[in-house]
Design a protein around this ligand. Sequence first.
Ligand code: GLN
Length: 231
Amino acid sequence: TDTPVTNGKFTIATDTTFAPFVFKQDGEYVGIDLDLLKAIAANQGFEVELKPIGFDGALNAVKSGQADGITAGMGITDERKQTFDYADPYFESAPVMAVKPDSDIETYADLKGQSVAAKTGTTGYDYAEELAKKHGFTVNGFGDSADMYNDVTNGNSAAAFEDEPVLKYGIKVGNLDLKIAGEPGESTEYGFATLKGKNPELIKMYNDGLKEAKESGAYQQIIDRYLKTEQ
Ligand code: GLN
């Protein structure tokens, strides 16, 4: 059930290419994060102006007050909690690496002396950096996932670091000519976020709307729309 739009308009920053959570389809931004935000906004009676500007860009937009909130498969971490307030989690995943289908890289130790691609500001980037120190490789930062994958495809980077469901989805739908290798890093829950202390009413509406979406089945419908395996 939709509530009349009387509870304001919010600018929400997001990633550009992060299917199945955020991506452009037939000229429109869709995905788990955005379908869920849309359902919550309708239910809670607020309007959304979407800013798809990349993950790091989205973090910075919220930090600088250019956006009110962020939904971008953003992991809830203790470090980020110093800067952001989070709504209740709606998903959970961990970063892992992807290599070319014909690559003989199987473990992180096989990356010794090579360079890898990771998305700036992400938990996948941090995971890559941690492994790089241990195994002696270098990490190049990219603003968006498409550029990161290209760098692997064209042979500049030996691997890309990305959240596992994003890689699995891309491989499954045939958008990504890569394979998963190595063990996933630490799993984090995804949460909608605002700048710390700035938008408590928006966090409350998001939480109320998420609860409602779970109770009504809308949440499960959205998850199934993108992730149901049996077709
Ligand atoms: N879940 C990861 C993070 O929180 C990646 C998010 C993204 O790339 N959009 O950093």
